[in-house]
Structures are given as structure tokens and as C-alpha cells.
Design a protein around this ligand. Sequence first.
Ligand code: CP
Ligand code: NVA
Length: 300
Amino acid sequence: MKHLLKLSDLSPEEILDILNLADQLKYEKKNGVEHHLLKGKTLGMIFQKSSTRTRISFEVGMYQLGGSALFLSPRDLQIGRGEPIEDTARVLSRYLDGIMIRTFGQDEVEDLAKYGSIPIINGLTDYAHPCQVLADLMTIREHKRSLKGLKLCFIGDGNNMANSLIVGGIKMGMEVAIGCPKAYKPDADIMDWAAENGSFLCTDDIFEAAKDADVVYTDVWASMGQEDEAEKRMESFKSYQVNQKLMKLAKPDAMVLHCLPAHRGEEISAETFEIHADEIFDEAENRLHAQKAVMVRLMS
Ligand code: CP
Ligand code: NVA
């Protein structure tokens, strides 16, 4: 593995290796064992969109591994004034040991990897959120002991989270069901791949999607960059809420996950959020451990 651009680039063995290392790093950290595996290394973090979890977990993770992280805002970089990505990639490769980037187009992340000579990590694009899904798989495995054969249901918009959950879930042997409005399906390439490679369902019937699910997942109705569409989306998604009525269809011990930030009363009811808060905040914590594992594999 040279980069983490999207989960479809990783083999099931590579994903499993990251999950195993993440578990080990988490366990050892909690038992006071420090691993300065990235001593003297620097990660650059480019954020074209806001972030709480991704920024802080990468920064803290790098610090815990003995390295340092630089927060690079496009407002301060020449990227914000039009310096091309291919030049930025080649310059930053001379200073840094790795780059984490959160941006809009997946092509920008792929171009950084193409023109640069250091590992690139996708910290979210409109197309994918691989770091989040590695933490999600880690959390599901912690709670359910294994992944294979479990049913993962996602309710909501078929964009970055749905795309990455489909690929990550299927690669780990899970059954994946997406419940979304017809106009908001996951990307066609992901749907085609899923149909050929695993047990996959995409339906506008959320009750069918959630039936017998082991994990029910949701995400905001209007993602970063879609603020102008918020009102229209509110209307399109209003019957796509994860709540206790929906959870009655899932298995009695089903988990609920949310990548956060959550909008209570929209994609998830306040009641369901609170019932499953421990799972959701374990998931947020695991961003740190999963990304430390990714950085160790890419940068050490
Ligand atoms: N889930 C997630 O990526 O959170 P942030 O947007 O806060 O980084
Ligand atoms: N779909 C959301 C995920 C946030 C972590 C967004 O892109 O804003």
C-alpha cells in the first residue's frame, strides 16, 4: 500500500492488517505503551473543508507516534491562489513525509499521489471517506467480534460515506444494504462493483434496507459543499430517518453508527442517537487508532 486514496485500491488483507494494527495500537496505548514509530516525520494536512474529528485525530495521532503535523489551510497556501496541484505535490514532497488532504474532487487527491512522491491520505472527498470507514469497521469488529456475514445498512445520501461503506463492507465479507431516495443513489461505478462482488441491495424502501441489519448507519442529508441544497434535501430525505420505528426491523442487538456531525431530528432521532451514543463515540475515538495504523503502514 503506497497511499490511501479510496478503499477500492486496498485488498481485503491490507484492510485487515490496518484493523489489526489499529486494535494493537489502541490496546497498547491504553496500557501505557508508547510507539514512536514516526519519530522525526511530518504530516501535512490540507483542509479545503471544515473538520473536527479528522483534523484533531490526525494531529494527535502523529504526535503520539513521535512525529508532527502541520495544518495547511488553502487560505494561506498558494493553492488558494491557483498554484496547480501538480506543482504543490512536487514541492510538498520535498519537505514532508506524508500528506492528508480533505477536499471536493477525488481527482485532486489522485493528482497529488500522481505528481508527488510521498504517501497521500484521503481525509474525505465528495466521493470517498476511507479513513472514516476503517474506523467504522474497527468499531463494528470491537462490538460484534467479527465482520464476515454481518448485515450493514446505510440510510441516507449515496455519496462519500455510502460509497466507502459499500466497498469496505463488501471487502470484509459483509452484506450491504443502502436505503436512499432514487435521486440520491451511490456512484454508479461503486454500485456496479458491489453488484458483482458481494451481497448488495440499493432500495428506496428503508424498512427493506434495515431488515435484520446488524449495523444501521446514517450521515447528514446535506454534506459539506451542499449547503445551498439543504432545503431541497430536507424535503427529499424527510422519510429517511434512523429512529426507533426503523430500528424495530433491525436485529434486536443492532448497533447504530454515525460518522458525525449529527443533526438530531433530521437523519437520526435524538432518542436513537442517545441509545447508541456509546457506539457512536467509540467510532469517533477509533478514528485516532485507525489513522495511526494507516500512517504507520504508509510512513514508517
Ligand atoms: N466524521 C468526520 O470526518 O468528522 P469531521 O468532519 O469532524 O472531520
Ligand atoms: N457526508 C458528509 C460526511 C462528513 C464526515 C460530508 O461530506 O459532509
